[in-house]
Design a protein around this ligand. Structure first.
Ligand code: SAM
Length: 344
């Protein structure tokens, strides 16, 4: 049977549906949980331009991934809007047969000026990161003196460009910004946008992650649901990362991403391409597979396709599940309201 006739699946039967493309390793923010200044300081050496995949290379790989089953692309980084002419890349990716959705995750700093061009090029959705509405807390977290108002302007500009509803990602850390959960929920009620509360994840050795700093999604839902009753919403598609809830009074929707307390490895259909062209089969994988070397050595589309398919077919990743098991416990839920009130 020809390869095209065999649906590609990994060792756990998971297809490849989503590709996260990192278009740069640089960011203007130094979020303490992601690119802390102690590690990503002045002396840190970012990738030189020639080591980044160029737009033709990225588009070629995306087309090959689409032929293997990928339907959704997400542009990320670093900060993706630091990559010049990103709208041109979006237009190139939008022309790929089979791609149904192109999304962007951004810190919002450069979004207001670029939203229209990106939407015009074919961007369908945008996720903006915002960890607090309190300037002091937000600036301490982004460690770049960037104010909340500019991110809110970016969200409004994205909506104005037709990219609403905007998803707003808030990483919650115990003792750091948990007091910002309710104000965040309140701000986006009735706005049409969707705040998503993310459990603080262990992303390797750089962020000094501690289980004690994780605020479990159940606690977040309990807290918000205690104020404004919530009910669960069915996933929009199989393998959806966020668990969705809506306010019973029609105030809109929120999401929680419980990658620590309720890992969703079993349904994970995401591959990740780093800015220098390495394929990672898990967000947390320590080692990637070099596709840039193959591209630049003149590999044919067929050879690249076979290589990528072979990597995916061998995929065994269950990092978050294993990590949760290894730590031997789940973070303590500190109930502020009774769980039974959620949805009540
Ligand atoms: N610079 C862009 C941004 O700020 O959205 C895109 C890249 S950023 C790494 C993508 C998302 O990952 C952001 O929403 C960020 O908050 C989230 N993130 C980074 N480190 C995280 C961690 N340790 N735990 C949970 N989420 C994290």
């Amino acid at each position: 049977m020809a390869m095209a006739d065999v649906p590609l699946a990994d060792t756990l039967g998971r297809p490849v549906r989503d590709l996260r493309i990192s278009v740069t390793d640089r960011c203007q923010f130094r979020c303490t949980y992601c690119m802390p200044r102690e590690v990503f300081g002045r002396d840190f050496v970012f990738l030189p331009r020639e080591q980044l995949l160029n737009f033709e290379e990225l588009t070629r790989l995306a087309r090959i991934f689409a032929s293997l089953g990928v339907r959704k692309l997400r542009l990320t980084g670093g900060e993706p809007l630091l990559r010049r002419d990103l709208d041109k890349l979006v237009a190139m990716l939008a022309g790929i047969g089979g791609i149904q959705d192109i999304a962007l995750t951004t810190n919002g700093a450069l979004l207001a000026g670029k939203a229209k061009a990106l939407a015009g090029a074919g961007l369908r959705r945008v996720t903006v990161s915002l960890d607090s509405l309190d300037d002091a807390v937000f600036m301490a977290l982004n460690d770049a003196g960037f104010p909340v108002a500019r991110v809110l302007e970016a969200i409004a500009a994205a909506a104005g460009a037709g990219l609403a509803p905007v998803k707003v990602n808030m990483v919650v850390r115990r003792g750091v910004n948990e007091q910002s959960i309710l104000p965040m929920a309140a701000h986006f009620r009735h706005s049409g946008h969707v705040p998503r509360f993310i459990e603080y994840m262990d992303v390797g050795t750089t962020n000094g992650w501690r289980l004690e700093e994780v605020v479990p999604a159940a606690e977040i839902i309990s807290l918000i649901g205690g104020q404004w009753p919530l009910e669960p919403v069915d996933p929009a598609y199989p393998g959806e990362v966020a668990r969705r809830y809506r306010y019973r009074d029609g105030g809109g929707e929120i999401g929680v991403i419980a990658s620590v307390t309720q890992p969703f490895c079993r349904g994970c259909t995401r591959a990740r391409l780093s800015a220098d062209g390495k394929l990672y089969t898990c967000l947390f994988a320590a080692a990637g597979h070099d596709l840039r070397g193959l591209l630049r050595a003149g590999a044919t589309d067929q050879a690249l396709r076979e290589q990528i398919a072979a990597i995916w077919a061998r995929r065994t990743d269950r990092y978050s599940e294993q990590r949760t098991r290894q730590t031997g416990r789940t973070p303590q839920v500190k109930p502020k309201v009774e769980m039974s009130r959620v949805g009540g």
